[in-house]
Ligand binder design. Structure first.
Ligand SMILES: Cc1ncc(COP(=O)(O)O)c(C=O)c1O
Length: 327
């Protein structure tokens, strides 16, 4: 069990943002506490619309992107319909489907974890979720492929929880495809997992449909004010993303020097196969004894892998020192 003070490299949080960023956000929080927030955080949606140069009506704000994903199951899949998703991918999707009594179709990723060419399976679906960069692989779906799937006309939900770390964001595809829904969060690159704010970007019609299924006032004023404040520090966020990407390359190299085989990731984590001399479970146990947490998997296809968040340089030095001790 993780304890306070542990190095948490198992949750893909962001450890790069400076204390001044958080101080400035905290200083900005002075919302009107006696009244309900505005309708679906209108001011935050206005700021997001300006940030992306899109329209207010295209945004829906939720209590973390988890709330948006959960609501997508309710709103975009009819009770008799099906939501498709690729496996392995974000592990809570099946949980959202069960909670909402919706059926899913899991489509296996190819042996190299890339997305298979769209096949007849798409015809039986109401919607399809594509996580890109994918958790846990860090791989992106390529544009040609994504366009081919979108051209089938079904609703495509692009979960971009790690989108800021990737080279290509696909937001411009919203212009060409009204069946595209992009889901993003303040939890990762913005370093604000604690405030629980996520959002979707889609056609205004899809936004309306999604909002019709959401709990009124689900995102509170303190969180939405914090998210609005964060948007003013976009340059700080982008600078930290650049440092994370540099650190990710360094970590990949150092892991490789220690016999790990990692997938080249476009997110803030690496999916890695440890050397044959140690199993993922044993490695997790040994690191945990040294107060470093990483993620292991039960799923058969991932049982030889571990997922390691790209920590800041100090954390990564501790990780590599621990590996030298263990291996
Ligand atoms: C792929 C993916 N989607 C969505 C989420 C949910 O993020 P949040 O609810 O914090 O916005 C996560 C969290 O780890 C994730 O990895």
């Amino acid at each position: 069990m993780a304890e306070k003070g542990d190095i948490r490299l198992d949750l893909n949080e962001n450890f790069f943002l400076p204390a001044e960023y958080y101080d400035s956000i905290t200083d900005d929080i002075s919302p009107e506490l006696s009244t309900y927030p505005s309708e679906n955080c209108k001011e935050l949606r206005e700021d997001l619309a300006e940030f992306y140069d899109l329209n207010l009506e295209q945004f829906v704000v939720g209590n973390g992107s988890d709330e948006i994903l959960d609501t997508l199951f309710k709103s975009m899949v009819s009770p008799q319909g099906k939501m498709g998703y690729y496996v392995p991918s974000y592990e809570f999707l099946e949980f959202f489907a069960e909670r909402n009594d919706r059926e899913t179709v899991s489509i296996p990723l190819k042996s190299d974890f890339s997305v298979p060419v769209p096949g007849h399976k798409l015809e039986e679906l109401d919607s399809l979720i594509i996580c890109s960069p994918n958790n846990p692989t860090g791989l992106m779906i390529d544009e040609k492929h994504l366009r081919a799937i979108l051209e089938n006309g079904l609703t495509v939900v692009l979960d971009q929880a790690y989108g800021e770390y990737a080279q290509r964001d696909y937001i411009d595809l919203l212009k060409d495809f009204s069946n595209l829904v992009i889901v993003r969060t303040f939890s990762k690159a913005w370093g604000l997992a604690g405030i629980r704010v996520g959002y979707s970007i889609s056609s205004p019609e899809t936004s309306m449909r999604l909002r019709d299924h959401m709990i009124p006032f689900s995102t509170n004023s303190i969180s939405s004010t914090a998210a609005r404040s964060a948007l003013k520090h976009a340059d700080t966020m982008k600078g930290c993303v650049e440092r994370t990407v540099e650190e990710r390359s360094r970590l990949l190299e150092e892991l490789s020097e220690h016999g790990f085989n990692s997938i080249p990731s476009e997110a803030n984590f690496l999916l890695s196969r440890p050397p044959a001399s140690i199993s993922p479970g044993k490695l997790e146990e040994e690191l945990e004894r040294r107060q470093i947490m990483i993620k292991t998997f039960e799923m058969n296809r991932l049982k030889n892998y571990v997922r390691i968040t790209v920590g800041n340089p100090e954390m990564n030095v501790e990780l590599i020192d621990a590996l030298e001790d263990i291996l």
